[in-house]
Design a protein around this ligand. Structure first.
Ligand code: 8YV
Length: 325
């Protein structure tokens, strides 16, 4: 009997074809709805490997149901949906997709920053609604990007790639991170500062931290009040890093100028969410790494990780190095 691999979303058939030669592969086929928890638990109970998404909760209940389970590989660099400690305890390898998505996510973060600062979405809606009747000097005037100060909270791979893009715009680069990063300081001229200094001095505050106990609810009303009134807040990391009620109040009361958001506390966000009603918010549906090229590379990396673990080899991108100790 071939080992059984369950994939929790539909992936392109061509991508999984090679895996099918060695393994019994099943995918959740419905594109409009994610795999229900009860089915995920059942599948975990019979699978040797799971390929999962951020929206799948890989917790103690699921991991202990996975009596044959050897590897869970998340189609994401983040793994805040996974109880890594429990997986290690159960001897299950956890893998993710770092590096392959860094450039695409940095591109999107910069695109979101630019779209928010230069009011691209408002402009597109304006022209399509037939509202462009005459030209005026301050029509849809946004804010400069070049030569402004960008403050990056979370200087990991994606943060560094955003900083690199910022150098092309001749921006001053500030960053805050758990540890100092010599390479971004030496090569990109970035300046390390405290979180407080960063939020007070930046024209663009860009959040790229992973979601952890320390970063949950990091951006509160108090933080927004300390930012410049002209500041633009960009979040391309995780929704729960921000208190959304506080962000809404800050945007309505003019504590900050605008926000560009790729991530939300609850995803998919409800269409009636107050943030979506604000013209100074650019909201997009968690598409940081969503390019055809990058998604195919992420999928391939997940499949390579599964094949490695099930063949007794070292996976390329293992999260819990202690899983088989
Ligand atoms: C996900 C992400 O890949 O990698 C991450 O951590 O947030 C995204 O790029 C995407 O949401 C699919 O799960």
């Amino acid at each position: 009997m071939k080992p059984y691999v369950f994939i929790t979303r539909k992936l392109p058939d061509e991508a999984v074809e090679k895996l099918r030669a060695k393994y019994d592969v099943k995918m959740w086929e419905k594109e409009d709805v994610g795999v229900p928890r009860s089915i995920l638990l059942e599948e975990a109970g019979r699978a040797d490997a799971l390929l999962t998404m951020l929206s799948d909760q890989i917790d103690e209940e699921l991991l202990s149901a996975g009596t044959r389970l050897k590897v869970v590989t998340n189609l994401a660099v983040g793994y805040d949906n996974v109880d890594v400690e429990a997986a290690t305890k159960h001897g299950i390898a956890i893998c993710n997709t770092p590096d392959v998505l860094t450039a695409a996510t940095a591109d999107l973060t910069f695109a979101l920053l630019m779209a928010t600062a230069r009011r691209i979405v408002e402009g597109a809606e304006f022209i399509k609604a037939g509202q462009w009747k005459s030209w005026s000097p301050l029509l849809l005037a946004g804010h400069d990007i070049h030569h402004k100060t960008i403050g990056i909270v979370g200087m990991g791979g994606i943060g560094s790639a955003v900083a690199k893009r910022a150098t092309g715009f001749e921006m001053e680069i500030l960053y805050h991170n758990r540890s100092r990063k010599n390479d971004v300081e030496m090569e990109l001229g970035a300046t390390y500062c405290s979180f407080e200094q960063l939020i007070e001095r930046s024209d663009f505050v860009v959040c790229l931290t992973p979601l952890t106990e320390e970063t949950k609810n990091l951006f509160t009303r108090d933080v927004f009040r300390r930012m410049k009134k002209t500041a633009i807040f960009i979040n391309a990391s995780r929704g729960p890093v921000v208190n959304e009620e506080d962000l809404y109040a800050a945007l309505v009361d003019g504590d900050i100028a605008a926000a560009g958001l790729d991530v939300f506390a609850k995803e998919p966000i409800d269409q009636t969410h107050p943030l979506l009603g604000l013209s100074n918010v650019v909201a997009i549906p968690h598409i940081g790494s969503a390019t055809v090229e990058t998604r195919l590379n992420m999928i391939q990396l997940c499949l390579d990780n599964i094949d490695a673990i099930l063949s007794g080899k070292e996976p390329k991108t293992l999260v819990n190095k202690e899983w088989n100790k």
